[in-house]
Design a protein around this ligand. Structure first.
Ligand code: NAG
Length: 298
């Protein structure tokens, strides 16, 4: 082998090694993938309040004093990784709520929520998350973000498998809800969910507990979205299991729990940005809900 081909060979091995390593890193599949809106989603209500740009690669939801609007996935899913890039309503967004959630939308429903509570100009948004299992919710966490979510797109995602539901902001885990079936807590596993997003007026509770009202002179309020990739096991609405259960990347060992690095980041978020955690609300819950044993950050 001459020097030139040895060099090429070394580069090739290097690239392969790099691919092998990055492929096994827990964060790799969590990167945003750019897919246009119409491939996976459709409007749910107030169709004329959604605007499409660049072939649907980017969309805007509009809230005015007549109505908000929303959209939903065409398919329903049992497990997977669900992400969206969102740029929140800029300026005075007090009273508005932008939501991104998964729901089975039935009587004893399962639901995984991101809710972004707007604020007066210059005041921080709150990100509220919640998990409903078998119709039972009351599991709110609230955090401030470490950036201004109105300035740029950021990705918000949920990883859902049989072991946990993990919430991510960009690649940083902000919450983990472990499967605590062994503690008598229901965990979503047999009710397919659709993905929903909406922008609406909630000035009866959203900002400073409802003290700050929506200033309609600032309307329309606009939230922008892109990257409509869905990576889940598609199942019919009333399916009870996923045909590929246990075989997809999100079922693999390295996604059954966060890794040490991810736990460090989670602990950073929790210690610096937490506003509220139902697991520490002794006034509301005299006895700590059983799953809170696993609401940990290290
Ligand atoms: C809005 O700003 C106020 C004042 O800084 C803050 O107390 C509150 O948590 C912020 N967010 C919301 C959604 O109320």
């Amino acid at each position: 082998m001459d020097m030139a081909s040895t060099g090429t060979w070394t580069v090739c091995v290097g690239v392969l090694l790099f691919l092998a390593i990055s492929g096994s890193m827990a964060v790799a599949p969590l990167k945003p993938v750019h897919v246009p809106f119409h491939r996976n989603y459709m409007p749910t209500w107030a169709f004329d309040h959604i605007n499409y740009f660049n072939g649907g690669n980017e969309i805007q939801l509009k809230l005015d004093k007549y109505t908000g609007t929303g959209f939903q996935s065409k398919g329903s899913y049992l497990f997977g990784h669900f992400s969206m890039q969102i740029k929140m309503v800029p300026g005075d967004s007090a009273g508005t709520v932008t939501a991104f959630y998964l729901s089975s939308n039935n009587a004893e429903h399962d639901e995984i929520d991101f809710e972004f509570l707007g604020n007066r100009t210059g005041q921080p948004y709150i990100l509220q998350t919640n998990v409903f299992t078998g119709g039972k919710g009351n599991r709110e966490h609230r955090i401030y973000l470490w950036f201004d979510p109105t300035k740029d797109y950021h990705s918000y995602s949920v990883l859902w498998n049989m072991y946990m539901i993990a919430f991510f902001v960009d690649d940083i885990p902000i919450r983990v809800f472990k499967n605590s079936k062994d503690l008598g807590i229901k965990f979503p596993f047999d009710q397919p969910m659709k993905i929903y997003s909406s922008l609406w007026n909630a000035d009866d509770w959203a900002t400073r507990g409802g003290l700050e009202k929506t200033d309609w002179s600032k309307a329309p309020f606009i939230a922008a979205y892109k990257s409509f990739h869905i990576d889940g096991c598609q199942a019919s609405v009333d399916a009870k299991f996923c045909a590929t259960q246990g075989m997809k990347w999100w079922d693999k060992k390295e996604f059954q729990d966060l890794d040490a690095y991810q736990y460090r980041r989670l602990s950073w978020v929790r210690s610096k940005y937490t506003i509220y955690n139902y697991c520490t609300d002794r006034v509301r819950f005299a006895t700590m809900p059983a799953e809170c044993k696993r609401d940990r950050d290290a």
